[in-house]
Design a protein around this ligand. Structure first.
Ligand code: SF4
Length: 475
């Protein structure tokens, strides 16, 4: 067994990142940004940071850890200015280290540029190689720095012209919240794979990955940033432009299944209500005789309530989560490995003993945690454990900023449902269908990326920077 420390974590897709920005003349915005990042903490727990501008000078605080650890009161109070961008990170590209923490701040001939990025470029490696050939020296291994180098090299009079030109070279999933000395800029990729919303706080514009951040700071939701849209907020107000042709929306459906907070709304659809519908549809598709329904906390509780409602069964708190274990590191040994899930979850014996249980979870990735939870319920006295998953089998990896494990580790990629049922030792196992998932989320327009379920990748890695642009950069 390796001697390194092992983080106690569930067998789940890992969240991406959370971004936030605010332009509020006459106000000091570091504290507001701090509170907004608390609301986005579920999107990334490895690093956090805030960059603030007073119109002339950009200052930054960032570090490894949770928002509460990195941005304590003294650090946030030190930052002064009316313009800010913030970031919470889980490393999908680039290693987990301070140098890769965001916002990324560059100072170049035209001033300062702070970048907060959510997503993953599928042509990032090609562009990085081209930029290195053209003489760029990279300090980090993040996609964000690729964009910074592109912007610095392209030049141009208006920064928004340069940025919109730079992002046309990018392929993949991205939302950016950027800040120059005096402008706030929000960008969403042409397919809208990752979410970005616009809000208003006391007449001042704010941008955030999720609307729950608006609720926390008291801002009002205005609208979602459109795919392929760039908004620029400065002393003249808000300006918008398209930098890419209109494409069909391909929002990551996993935002509704697992990533987003239940109190967030995406494209007008509340995440909790969407999850409850996923649960109801799951109950219709995979009925079973049982006594109670329980959900794996926290992300599966909404879906489990839908299963219970549809089946006419009581929803019970059969599993309790220890909310303070998330960042505990333990020594790996077989006993401690088995203990990992027990540190995070516990079955409520008085609730489950003698009962036939429907255990609802949002997904199965490698199956290791599911097996342990089924065993935990049996040890607590459950007579039957029927596992119901409020999404279809995950059969392929994500290239758009979600850490999904490699395809060979995904149980759904190479095992039948019957085989998975036997591996996790459940009495029965049922997954939601792809059609049932899409109809239950119920966006007004059907426009999802669901490639990890159906392998229909919207953006394939194809090319780097166009040849003529690349040649001009080398000059
Ligand atoms: Fe989301 Fe899956 Fe698409 Fe990745 S492949 S963006 S996780 S739906």
């Amino acid at each position: 067994m390796p001697e390194r420390l092992l983080q106690v974590e569930c067998d789940k897709f890992k969240e991406e990142c959370g971004v936030f920005g605010i332009y509020a003349p006459g106000h000091n915005v570091a504290q507001i940004t701090h509170y907004a990042l608390y609301a986005l903490q579920h999107r990334g727990q490895e690093s956090a940071g805030i960059a603030v501008s007073n119109g002339n000078k950009v200052d930054i605080e960032k570090g490894m850890g949770l928002v509460s650890e990195v941005l304590n009161g003294r650090k946030t109070r030190r930052l002064k200015g009316h313009l800010a961008v913030g970031h919470v990170r889980y490393s999908t590209m680039g290693s987990s280290s301070l140098v890769n923490a965001q916002p990324l701040l560059i100072r170049y001939s035209r001033g300062s540029l702070a970048i907060s990025h959510n997503g993953n470029l599928v042509n990032g490696r090609q562009i990085r190689e081209q930029l290195e050939q053209a003489g760029s020296i990279f300090q980090t291994s993040t996609d964000s720095e690729i964009v910074a180098h592109l912007i610095a090299r392209l030049g141009g009079d208006l920064i928004e012209d340069t940025i919109s030109q730079a992002v046309t070279h990018l392929q993949g999933a991205y939302t950016f919240v950027m800040m120059t000395d005096d402008k706030l800029i929000g960008i969403r990729d042409p397919y809208g794979i990752r979410p970005l919303s616009l809000g208003l706080l006391d007449g001042c514009y704010v941008l955030a990955s999720e609307t729950c951040a608006f609720d926390t700071i008291g801002a009002e939701f205005i609208r979602d940033i459109n795919p392929g849209e760039m908004v620029v907020i400065d002393e003249k107000g808000l300006h918008t432009r398209r930098f890419a042709a209109e494409m069909p929306l391909a929002l990551c459906i996993f935002e509704f299944i697992y990533f987003a907070r239940p109190d967030s709304n995406i494209h007008g659809r509340n995440v909790h209500l969407a999850r409850r519908e996923l649960g109801k549809q799951l109950a219709r598709e995979c009925p079973v005789e049982a006594d109670i329904v329980t959900g794996v906390p926290d992300s599966s509780i909404s879906a489990a309530s839908g299963v219970a409602e549809e089946m006419g069964l009581p929803y019970e708190m059969g599993l309790i989560k220890n909310r303070y274990i998330g960042r505990t590191f333990i020594q790996p040994s077989q006993e401690i490995r088995d203990l990992g899930v027990k540190l995070k979850l516990n079955a409520v014996k008085k609730v489950v003993e003698g009962k036939r249980i429907i255990m609802v979870d949002d997904s199965i990735v490698r199956g290791t945690t599911s097996k342990q939870i089924v065993q935990m319920l049996r040890n607590a006295g459950a007579t039957e454990v029927h596992v119901r998953i409020s999404s279809p089998p995950v059969v392929s990896s994500c290239y758009y900023g979600i850490d999904t494990s490699s395809t060979k580790e995904l149980l759904g990629a190479y095992k039948s449902i019957e085989e998975i049922k036997n591996i996790i030792k459940a009495d029965s196992l049922g997954y939601l269908s792809i059609d049932g998932m899409v109809s239950s989320v119920g966006l007004p327009v059907e426009g999802f990326c669901k490639a990890c379920f159906d392998k229909q990748y919207i953006v394939e890695p194809t090319r780097g920077i166009k040849k003529e642009v690349f040649e001009s950069m080398k000059r």
